[in-house]
Design a protein around this ligand. Sequence first.
Ligand code: NAP
Length: 246
Amino acid sequence: MKLKDKTAFITGAAQGIGRAIAVGMAKEGAHVGIADINVEKAEAAAEEIRAFGVKSIAIKLDVSKSEDIASAFNKFVQEFGKFDILVNNAGITKDAFLIRMKDEDWDMVLNINLKGAFVCSKEAIKIMAKQQYGKIINISSVVAFIGNAGQANYSASKAGIVGLTKTIAKEYAGRGIRANAVAPGFIQTAMTEVLSEKVKEEMGKMIPLGCFGLPEDVANAVVFLASKEADYITGQVIHVNGGMYM
Ligand code: NAP
Protein backbone atom coordinates (compact mmCIF):
# COMPACT_ATOMS: atom_id res chain seq x y z
CA MET A 1 0.00 0.00 0.00
CA LYS A 2 1.39 3.36 -1.09
CA LEU A 3 -0.03 5.44 1.78
CA LYS A 4 -0.20 3.00 4.68
CA ASP A 5 -0.94 4.88 7.93
CA LYS A 6 -0.51 8.31 6.32
CA THR A 7 -3.13 10.88 7.31
CA ALA A 8 -4.83 13.08 4.71
CA PHE A 9 -7.07 16.13 5.12
CA ILE A 10 -9.05 16.78 1.93
CA THR A 11 -11.22 19.88 1.46
CA GLY A 12 -14.43 19.71 -0.55
CA ALA A 13 -14.28 15.92 -0.26
CA ALA A 14 -17.99 15.15 0.18
CA GLN A 15 -18.46 14.59 -3.57
CA GLY A 16 -16.86 14.70 -7.01
CA ILE A 17 -13.08 14.84 -7.38
CA GLY A 18 -12.45 15.31 -3.64
CA ARG A 19 -14.44 12.21 -2.79
CA ALA A 20 -12.61 10.17 -5.44
CA ILE A 21 -9.29 11.37 -3.96
CA ALA A 22 -10.47 10.30 -0.50
CA VAL A 23 -11.42 6.84 -1.79
CA GLY A 24 -8.16 6.53 -3.75
CA MET A 25 -6.10 7.39 -0.67
CA ALA A 26 -8.11 5.09 1.61
CA LYS A 27 -7.54 2.19 -0.81
CA GLU A 28 -3.81 2.82 -0.37
CA GLY A 29 -4.12 2.71 3.44
CA ALA A 30 -4.42 6.40 4.40
CA HIS A 31 -6.69 7.68 7.18
CA VAL A 32 -8.79 10.47 5.76
CA GLY A 33 -10.45 13.64 7.06
CA ILE A 34 -13.38 14.57 4.83
CA ALA A 35 -13.75 18.36 5.16
CA ASP A 36 -16.69 19.97 3.44
CA ILE A 37 -19.17 22.79 3.77
CA ASN A 38 -21.90 20.11 3.64
CA VAL A 39 -21.33 17.96 6.73
CA GLU A 40 -24.16 15.46 6.01
CA LYS A 41 -22.66 14.56 2.63
CA ALA A 42 -19.20 14.52 4.24
CA GLU A 43 -20.42 12.04 6.87
CA ALA A 44 -21.78 9.75 4.11
CA ALA A 45 -18.40 9.91 2.37
CA ALA A 46 -16.54 9.16 5.64
CA GLU A 47 -18.74 6.11 6.14
CA GLU A 48 -17.84 4.88 2.64
CA ILE A 49 -14.15 5.43 3.43
CA ARG A 50 -14.30 3.47 6.71
CA ALA A 51 -15.40 0.41 4.70
CA PHE A 52 -11.80 0.26 3.38
CA GLY A 53 -10.58 -0.50 6.92
CA VAL A 54 -9.06 2.93 7.59
CA LYS A 55 -10.16 5.71 9.95
CA SER A 56 -12.22 8.55 8.53
CA ILE A 57 -14.06 11.50 10.04
CA ALA A 58 -16.28 14.20 8.58
CA ILE A 59 -15.30 17.76 9.42
CA LYS A 60 -17.59 20.70 8.72
CA LEU A 61 -15.48 23.40 7.11
CA ASP A 62 -16.13 26.37 4.86
CA VAL A 63 -12.61 27.12 3.59
CA SER A 64 -13.51 30.79 3.07
CA LYS A 65 -13.94 31.13 6.84
CA SER A 66 -10.28 31.55 7.68
CA GLU A 67 -10.97 31.69 11.42
CA ASP A 68 -12.37 28.10 11.38
CA ILE A 69 -9.41 26.42 9.66
CA ALA A 70 -6.97 26.06 12.57
CA SER A 71 -9.62 24.46 14.80
CA ALA A 72 -10.64 22.03 12.01
CA PHE A 73 -6.97 21.00 11.72
CA ASN A 74 -6.70 20.60 15.52
CA LYS A 75 -9.68 18.27 15.45
CA PHE A 76 -8.03 16.26 12.65
CA VAL A 77 -4.67 15.99 14.48
CA GLN A 78 -6.40 15.05 17.76
CA GLU A 79 -8.15 12.21 15.93
CA PHE A 80 -5.26 10.95 13.78
CA GLY A 81 -2.14 12.07 15.72
CA LYS A 82 -0.33 13.69 12.76
CA PHE A 83 -0.91 15.65 9.55
CA ASP A 84 0.88 14.15 6.53
CA ILE A 85 -1.13 15.27 3.50
CA LEU A 86 -3.29 18.31 2.72
CA VAL A 87 -5.34 18.36 -0.49
CA ASN A 88 -6.77 21.79 -1.29
CA ASN A 89 -9.63 20.64 -3.49
CA ALA A 90 -12.66 22.77 -2.48
CA GLY A 91 -13.65 24.99 -5.36
CA ILE A 92 -16.63 26.69 -6.96
CA THR A 93 -17.55 28.53 -10.16
CA LYS A 94 -19.60 31.72 -10.56
CA ASP A 95 -19.42 32.30 -14.30
CA ALA A 96 -20.17 35.47 -16.28
CA PHE A 97 -18.50 37.48 -18.99
CA LEU A 98 -16.04 39.93 -17.48
CA ILE A 99 -17.94 43.19 -17.81
CA ARG A 100 -21.03 41.56 -16.31
CA MET A 101 -19.16 39.80 -13.52
CA LYS A 102 -20.27 41.07 -10.14
CA ASP A 103 -17.53 42.08 -7.70
CA GLU A 104 -19.07 39.80 -5.07
CA ASP A 105 -18.83 36.81 -7.46
CA TRP A 106 -15.17 37.62 -8.12
CA ASP A 107 -14.54 37.86 -4.35
CA MET A 108 -16.44 34.66 -3.53
CA VAL A 109 -14.57 32.54 -6.09
CA LEU A 110 -11.18 33.98 -5.11
CA ASN A 111 -11.96 33.58 -1.39
CA ILE A 112 -12.92 29.92 -1.66
CA ASN A 113 -10.63 28.72 -4.46
CA LEU A 114 -7.45 30.68 -3.71
CA LYS A 115 -7.55 32.29 -0.26
CA GLY A 116 -8.97 29.05 1.16
CA ALA A 117 -5.97 27.14 -0.20
CA PHE A 118 -3.60 29.84 1.12
CA VAL A 119 -4.96 29.77 4.69
CA CYS A 120 -5.26 25.97 4.76
CA SER A 121 -1.66 25.68 3.54
CA LYS A 122 -0.44 28.23 6.10
CA GLU A 123 -2.08 26.42 9.02
CA ALA A 124 -1.01 22.97 7.76
CA ILE A 125 2.60 24.09 7.28
CA LYS A 126 2.75 25.22 10.93
CA ILE A 127 2.08 21.58 11.89
CA MET A 128 4.04 19.91 9.06
CA ALA A 129 7.17 22.01 9.68
CA LYS A 130 7.37 20.65 13.23
CA GLN A 131 7.02 17.11 11.84
CA GLN A 132 9.69 17.87 9.18
CA TYR A 133 7.34 16.19 6.71
CA GLY A 134 4.27 17.07 4.71
CA LYS A 135 2.70 16.97 1.28
CA ILE A 136 0.43 19.70 -0.05
CA ILE A 137 -1.46 18.98 -3.24
CA ASN A 138 -3.52 21.77 -4.75
CA ILE A 139 -6.22 21.32 -7.37
CA SER A 140 -5.79 23.85 -10.18
CA SER A 141 -7.45 23.61 -13.61
CA VAL A 142 -6.63 23.54 -17.31
CA VAL A 143 -8.27 26.99 -17.57
CA ALA A 144 -5.40 28.43 -15.48
CA PHE A 145 -3.24 27.77 -18.56
CA ILE A 146 -5.58 28.46 -21.47
CA GLY A 147 -8.26 30.79 -20.02
CA ASN A 148 -11.97 30.27 -20.55
CA ALA A 149 -14.61 32.75 -21.71
CA GLY A 150 -16.95 33.45 -18.80
CA GLN A 151 -14.48 32.32 -16.14
CA ALA A 152 -12.21 35.30 -15.39
CA ASN A 153 -12.62 34.80 -11.65
CA TYR A 154 -12.23 31.01 -11.75
CA SER A 155 -9.27 31.06 -14.19
CA ALA A 156 -7.50 33.70 -12.10
CA SER A 157 -8.05 31.69 -8.92
CA LYS A 158 -6.69 28.52 -10.52
CA ALA A 159 -3.67 30.35 -12.01
CA GLY A 160 -3.06 31.78 -8.52
CA ILE A 161 -3.01 28.21 -7.19
CA VAL A 162 -0.04 27.45 -9.44
CA GLY A 163 1.97 30.43 -8.12
CA LEU A 164 1.00 29.55 -4.54
CA THR A 165 2.10 25.93 -5.05
CA LYS A 166 5.51 26.82 -6.49
CA THR A 167 6.17 29.35 -3.73
CA ILE A 168 5.29 26.88 -0.98
CA ALA A 169 7.58 24.35 -2.68
CA LYS A 170 10.49 26.81 -2.56
CA GLU A 171 9.87 28.15 0.94
CA TYR A 172 9.35 24.83 2.76
CA ALA A 173 11.40 22.20 0.89
CA GLY A 174 13.97 22.58 3.67
CA ARG A 175 11.34 21.46 6.18
CA GLY A 176 10.56 18.27 4.26
CA ILE A 177 7.37 19.70 2.76
CA ARG A 178 6.53 19.06 -0.91
CA ALA A 179 3.91 21.10 -2.74
CA ASN A 180 2.50 20.18 -6.12
CA ALA A 181 -0.63 20.86 -8.14
CA VAL A 182 -2.89 18.78 -10.35
CA ALA A 183 -4.65 20.62 -13.18
CA PRO A 184 -7.70 18.68 -14.37
CA GLY A 185 -9.32 19.28 -17.74
CA PHE A 186 -13.04 18.63 -18.03
CA ILE A 187 -14.09 15.99 -15.53
CA GLN A 188 -17.52 14.42 -15.06
CA THR A 189 -18.79 15.90 -11.77
CA ALA A 190 -21.63 18.12 -10.53
CA MET A 191 -19.51 21.12 -11.57
CA THR A 192 -19.64 20.16 -15.27
CA GLU A 193 -23.03 18.42 -15.14
CA VAL A 194 -24.72 21.86 -15.30
CA LEU A 195 -23.26 22.54 -18.77
CA SER A 196 -25.64 22.17 -21.71
CA GLU A 197 -25.25 19.15 -24.04
CA LYS A 198 -24.17 21.57 -26.80
CA VAL A 199 -21.37 23.05 -24.66
CA LYS A 200 -20.27 19.56 -23.57
CA GLU A 201 -20.13 18.47 -27.22
CA GLU A 202 -18.08 21.56 -28.17
CA MET A 203 -15.70 20.93 -25.28
CA GLY A 204 -15.41 17.27 -26.20
CA LYS A 205 -14.06 18.35 -29.62
CA MET A 206 -11.20 20.19 -27.86
CA ILE A 207 -10.04 16.98 -26.14
CA PRO A 208 -7.73 14.75 -28.22
CA LEU A 209 -8.72 11.67 -26.19
CA GLY A 210 -12.31 12.49 -27.12
CA CYS A 211 -14.15 12.44 -23.79
CA PHE A 212 -14.41 14.07 -20.36
CA GLY A 213 -12.28 12.52 -17.62
CA LEU A 214 -13.52 10.75 -14.50
CA PRO A 215 -12.87 11.93 -10.92
CA GLU A 216 -10.73 8.80 -10.49
CA ASP A 217 -8.38 10.00 -13.28
CA VAL A 218 -7.56 13.05 -11.15
CA ALA A 219 -7.45 11.01 -7.94
CA ASN A 220 -4.80 8.67 -9.41
CA ALA A 221 -2.44 11.62 -10.00
CA VAL A 222 -3.07 13.00 -6.51
CA VAL A 223 -2.42 9.61 -4.87
CA PHE A 224 0.85 9.35 -6.82
CA LEU A 225 1.99 12.80 -5.66
CA ALA A 226 1.09 11.90 -2.07
CA SER A 227 3.08 8.67 -2.23
CA LYS A 228 6.76 8.02 -1.51
CA GLU A 229 7.26 7.40 -5.22
CA ALA A 230 6.86 11.16 -5.76
CA ASP A 231 9.16 12.29 -2.94
CA TYR A 232 11.62 13.96 -5.33
CA ILE A 233 8.85 15.92 -7.05
CA THR A 234 7.98 19.41 -5.78
CA GLY A 235 6.72 22.64 -7.33
CA GLN A 236 5.22 20.81 -10.32
CA VAL A 237 1.86 20.70 -12.04
CA ILE A 238 0.51 17.40 -13.36
CA HIS A 239 -2.00 17.93 -16.18
CA VAL A 240 -4.87 15.44 -16.31
CA ASN A 241 -6.86 16.62 -19.30
CA GLY A 242 -7.03 14.05 -22.11
CA GLY A 243 -4.46 16.10 -24.06
CA MET A 244 -6.55 19.28 -24.35
CA TYR A 245 -3.56 21.35 -23.17
CA MET A 246 0.00 20.12 -23.70
P1 NAP B 1 -18.00 19.55 -6.99
O1 NAP B 1 -18.56 18.26 -7.47
O2 NAP B 1 -18.84 20.78 -7.02
O3 NAP B 1 -17.46 19.31 -5.49
C1 NAP B 1 -16.92 20.36 -4.75
C2 NAP B 1 -17.17 20.08 -3.28
O4 NAP B 1 -16.63 21.21 -2.54
C3 NAP B 1 -18.66 20.00 -2.92
O5 NAP B 1 -18.88 18.99 -1.96
C4 NAP B 1 -18.93 21.38 -2.34
O6 NAP B 1 -20.04 21.40 -1.45
C5 NAP B 1 -17.64 21.65 -1.63
N1 NAP B 1 -17.45 23.07 -1.32
C6 NAP B 1 -17.94 24.13 -2.01
N2 NAP B 1 -17.58 25.28 -1.41
C7 NAP B 1 -16.87 24.93 -0.30
C8 NAP B 1 -16.25 25.66 0.73
N3 NAP B 1 -16.33 26.99 0.78
N4 NAP B 1 -15.60 24.99 1.71
C9 NAP B 1 -15.54 23.63 1.69
N5 NAP B 1 -16.13 22.88 0.75
C10 NAP B 1 -16.77 23.53 -0.24
O7 NAP B 1 -16.67 19.94 -7.78
P2 NAP B 1 -15.56 19.03 -8.48
O8 NAP B 1 -15.82 19.03 -9.91
O9 NAP B 1 -15.38 17.77 -7.74
O10 NAP B 1 -14.28 19.98 -8.25
C11 NAP B 1 -13.30 19.73 -7.26
C12 NAP B 1 -12.11 20.63 -7.55
O11 NAP B 1 -11.60 20.32 -8.85
C13 NAP B 1 -12.45 22.11 -7.56
O12 NAP B 1 -11.38 22.87 -7.02
C14 NAP B 1 -12.58 22.43 -9.03
O13 NAP B 1 -12.36 23.77 -9.32
C15 NAP B 1 -11.52 21.53 -9.60
N6 NAP B 1 -11.68 21.21 -11.02
C16 NAP B 1 -12.80 20.57 -11.47
C17 NAP B 1 -12.93 20.30 -12.82
C18 NAP B 1 -14.11 19.59 -13.41
O14 NAP B 1 -14.21 19.51 -14.64
N7 NAP B 1 -15.03 19.05 -12.60
C19 NAP B 1 -11.91 20.70 -13.70
C20 NAP B 1 -10.79 21.36 -13.20
C21 NAP B 1 -10.68 21.61 -11.85
P3 NAP B 1 -21.49 21.88 -2.02
O15 NAP B 1 -21.81 20.96 -3.17
O16 NAP B 1 -22.40 21.72 -0.85
O17 NAP B 1 -21.29 23.30 -2.47
